[in-house]
Design a protein around this ligand. Sequence first.
Ligand code: DHB
Ligand code: FE
Length: 267
Amino acid sequence: GATPRVRQLTAGLIRHLHDFARENELTVDEWMAGVELLNEAGRMSDSKRNEGQLVCDVLGLESLVDEITYKLASTAASEPTATAILGPFYRHDAPQLPMGASIVSGLDNTEGDCTWMHGTVTDFRTGAPIAGAVVDVWHTAPNGLYEQQDPDQPEMNLRGRFTTGADGKYAFYCLRPVPYPIPFDGPAGRILKALDRHPFRPAHIHFLLTAPGYKPIVTQIFDRKSKYIEDDAVFAVKDSLVVDFVPFEGDAKAEFELPYDFKMASF
Ligand code: DHB
Ligand code: FE
């Protein structure tokens, strides 16, 4: 049988759906259009396209659920790194790479601004470095596509996992990301259009941090200079996740440096 929680969620959903229909005097034709939107999202979805999640995201639901789930009770001066939505393009099996490696493969090296990203993963309470933390990173290519959306990119391009040693430090080469539109050729795009909204996200890099004994952190960082930083189509930007790419002199392989420390909370 259903758990009390499933019962509560189901009853709540019905109550709000009925209120929605009554408040708007929803007609049969309008309801059927909604059903078709759901069906179309289902038909479009496969391992490379998660239209259901996109629909939720343009409605702000994933960002709201992120906020509710990871809201901090503490008022401490120091807080763990803020969370942000996972989005529909995570892949759980990104390559494990040696510290300091590049996640860029198969792109002409004139494409994109190479960036040296580095920092330390620490315990937010003690400040101690965390050993064995896995920094799982992914972002789009300069054409605005994730590798699974783009037959011209090698498998797993711009994805990697890096494991910290005793000093808690991580480092890798990536590209300075660009703003890009979420896929808008389906139901999520139609919702945006109906609301006169654009489909763009500000330039961002995704992370999933895990470490033994610590709560995982799903997050993104955002380029302060990027267009759409104030106007993300999926409402994921938080002030503490906005970062500065710094022109980098010391390294022929990178035009920019991006220092960023992650702070985790133990269980
Ligand atoms: C969404 C999130 C992303 O990070 C992205 O690159 C595309 C879409 C989303 O929330 O739907
Ligand atoms: Fe993304």
